[in-house]
Write a protein that binds this ligand. Structure first.
Ligand SMILES: Nc1ncnc2c1ncn2[C@@H]1O[C@H](COP(=O)(O)OC(=O)CCCC[C@@H]2CCSS2)[C@@H](O)[C@H]1O
Length: 379
């Protein structure tokens, strides 16, 4: 009993000392001038984006700039103003337990895995210069390895003048800015194509969300055999610190609430369904179907669905069989309006409509209408 109490006391004391050290270190970070490199030990996209945002919101970058580097488990990251349903295979991503994150910067959708390094330059607004950040990386890599890298007018980094290895985005605040970009060195390209391929037909979709620009991609490892995350962190970090890397200005960090108060709140916001999907710019889906049902009569239906804040807001249906369809209309409205645009929720609503419409007879027709609805909604 006594031994347990002493051990607990020692543990608490140790935690307290660690906390004080952390605070001292943080205070030091915030006051000392000179650039800093942070390498996150987390491979969770939400934590890394939250940490980046925390630094952006809380660090004083007047006297120093920060370079944050990290990598993630397989993830798709969309831009702030994008429509995830049109940019990637949302259902497959969820089914295979990948993460899908909406970042706070604009731009297109990219795929990350442990073969992709992310660099984020957090700087004072007066020092904001995307080209110079990209150029720093190009110079670092070209001086270390025999590799042909260039920067195009979109500020992608290209390998051999043609293949994209890096995509860029940024966020500008009144005083602070960050410019972050990917660098693929050994990414699973099959997965990249697979997850960034949306099954939602572009025909009949009306959306004003930012669209990604698909490019041909290559891995740096095609030109630099054996290149690793650690070597890139080292080479880019050294270049940023102008060769003056030491244990004070180059830190590996496991971001936590204890060390960075307020981090958890940013993390929770980034993980929230309402942020990732609910922030989808309003869009609509329209499709027309025709089919010969009983007595070889051609049945026609046009379905238009409006989605606002990630939820079905309105459904318009035009048919050449109004009489029968009218019986179904209240069911469709009742079960679909307000439903989240999310696989399980949509499937559940469609199942209810199908079940309840059986009372009206004409099962073949009603099943077909539900089938058309499920095609429009892509479930
Ligand atoms: N990881 C990665 N790196 C480079 N290019 C990629 C990647 N994944 C996909 N792509 C290709 O880029 C286009 C999209 O290009 P597009 O130019 O539309 O978008 C971007 O590049 C956004 C970059 C965002 C960088 C952030 C930095 C930290 S968190 S994410 C996609 O269709 C693929 O063809």
């Amino acid at each position: 009993m006594m031994v347990t109490m002493v051990t607990r006391y020692m543990k608490i004391k140790l935690q307290f000392c660690q906390q004080i050290q952390t605070w001292n270190r943080l205070k030091w970070y915030s006051t000392k001038s000179g650039d800093l490199v942070f390498v996150s030990l987390s491979n969770d996209i939400f934590m890394n984006l939250a940490f980046e945002d925390w630094l952006y919101e809380n660090e004083n970058v007047k006297a120093k700039s920060i370079l944050l580097m990290w990598k993630n488990k397989p993830t798709v990251v969309i831009g702030r103003h994008q429509n995830p349903y049109l940019e990637c295979d949302v259902w497959k991503i969820a089914k295979n337990n990948l993460s899908l994150a909406r970042r706070k910067s604009g731009g297109g959708a990219v795929y990350h895995d442990e073969g992709n390094i992310n660099c984020s330059f957090i700087k004072d607004r007066s020092l904001y210069n995307r080209f110079s950040n990209l150029d720093l990386v190009v110079k670092a890599l070209s001086s270390h390895w025999n590799v042909d890298l260039s920067i195009n007018t979109r500020e992608d980094i290209l390998l051999d003048g043609f293949y994209k290895v890096s995509g860029t985005a940024s966020k500008l605040g009144r005083n602070t800015t960050y410019h972050h970009f990917t660098l693929i060195f050994d990414v699973d390209k099959d997965k990249l194509f697979e997850y960034l391929d949306s099954p939602m037909s572009t025909v009949g979709v009306h959306s004003r969300a930012t669209q990604s620009l698909k490019s041909r991609v290559k891995n740096l490892s095609d030109s630099i055999p054996g290149v690793t995350y650690d070597s890139l962190v080292d080479v880019i970090g050294q270049q940023f610190l102008q060769g003056k890397k030491n244990i004070d200005n180059f830190q590996f960090i496991n971001p936590s609430e204890a060390q960075f108060p307020g981090l958890q709140k940013i993390y929770d916001e980034l993980c929230d369904w309402e942020w990732i999907y609910g922030r989808t710019p309003n869009f609509s889906l329209t499709r027309h179907f025709a089919k010969n049902l009983e007595y070889y009569i051609e049945h026609q239906i046009t379905i238009n669905v409006n989605i606002e804040k990630g939820r079905i807001e309105k459904i318009d249906i035009d048919t050449n069989f109004n009489e029968t369809y009218l019986k179904m209309r209240p069911l469709i409205q009742e079960h679909l309006i307000g439903t989240r645009f999310w696989l399980n929720d949509l499937q559940m609503s469609l199942d209810m409509i199908l079940q309840e419409s059986r009372h009206f007879g004409e099962i073949e027709l009603h099943s077909w209408v539900v089938n058309c609805l499920s095609k429009v909604l892509c479930v």
